[in-house]
Design a protein around this ligand. Sequence first.
Ligand code: ZN
Ligand code: ZN
Length: 415
Amino acid sequence: MNAVLHDAETIADRLVETYKDLHSHPELSFAEHRTAGIVEARLGELGFEVTAGIGQTGVVGVARNGEGPTVLVRADMDALPVHEETGLDYASTARTTDPDGHDVAVMHACGHDVHVTCLLGAAELLLDHKAEWSGTLVVLFQPAEEYGGGALEMINDRLYERVPTPDIVLGQHVGPAPAGLVGAHPGSAFAGADSLRIRMFGRGGHGSRPETTIDPIVMAAATVMRLQTVVSRDIAGSDMAVVTVGQLHAGTKNNIIPEEATLGVTIRTATVPVRERVLGAMRRIVYAEAAASGAEREPEIVTEETFPVLVNDPDATERTVGAFRTAFGEQRVLDPGAVTGSEDVGELSTAAGAPLVYWILGGVDAQQYAAAVAADRVDSDIPSNHSPHFAPVIRPTLDTGIAALSVAALEWFSN
Ligand code: ZN
Ligand code: ZN
C-alpha cells in the first residue's frame, strides 16, 4: 500500500499544472466542453475505452482487466457563476453567458477541478498497478452536478447500456477539512435539496399612493422573515433542516410599487418526512402571507431542482473506511457526520442497484485549519464551498485525493 501512496505523490507532482489549468478555465453545468475534451484525450492516452458525450458532456473510460467486480469511480466537472476573489495566480477570470442569457463570471468554487484532477490521477495509478487487481474499472466524469441534473442526464442517455453496470459506486468531494484527511459518514450523509422559485403577485401603482396598490415587496419581505420560523417552529430540534432565501427580486424604480416579487429558496433536509413537513410549512406561509396582503392572485411555487438524500451504504462504507485506515493511518480518517450540502452521485448507484460510498476529502492547509480551530474561528476564517474565496491547497489535497480513490477502488477489486 505504501507504493500506492508514493505513486499518488509522483502523479500529483505532474498533475499540479493540469489542476491549475482546469481551475483557470472553469465551465458552467452542461457546458464542460473544454474540460471533457481534456479528460477524453487523457483517458485515451492512458488506454481506456472512452465514450464521450453521454448526458451531453459526460465522459466515461472503461478498463477491462480480467474477471472480477466492476468498480465505478466518479468525478463531477462543472463550475459555478461566482466571481473568483482568491487572489491566486491561477485564479479564474473567465466569463460566460448563463442559460438565462446573463453575462456571468465563472469559478471552480466547489472544487470539481480537484475531483477531475484526482480521478485522472487515480485512473493512471490504477492502470500502472494493473497486476494487483482484476475486474473492470469505470471512471466517470459527470456534467452538471451543481444544476442537479447531470447524473440523471447520463443515466437517461443509456449510460448503463453503453458502459458496464457497476457493483459499487465510489467518489469524493473536497471540502473545508484539513488537507491530508478523508472521511465518510455511513447512512444519510448529504442532505436532500429542493430549489424553489416563488412568485408573489400584488397590484402595481405609484409609490405615492400605496392605498391603490397591493405591495408585493412588503408581502415578500414578510414571507422571507416568516419562512425563517419553519426550522425553528415546525421542525423538531433533533431533526436537521435548512431554509435559505438566496434570491429576492422586485421592482425597477423607487417611486413605483411593482406588480410582483420573486423569491429563490433552497431547502435541505435529511429525511423524507422532514422534507415534506418543510415543504408543507413553506406553502402554508407563502399562501397565508399573500392572503394577509390581500393578494388577488394566488402565489406560484415552482420546483427548479431536486437532489435526493445521499445515503452511504453502511457495510460498504465500513469496508472502504477500513481500507483508508490501513492506508493512511487512523489519525487521517475522520467521520464528518452528515453534512447539509447535496449531491446527485446517489443517482448513479441507485440506477445501478449498487451500494454507494462517497467521502469528504480535506482541502484546507492543515496549519491554517488548526489556527482557525484554536481561535474558534473556523466558520469565519475557512471559506466554504461556493465562496468566492474557496481555494483548496493543492498539496497534499491532490496526493490524498488520488490515493483515496485508488485505495478504495483496489479494496473493491480485492474480492
Ligand atoms: Zn457545489
Ligand atoms: Zn460540488
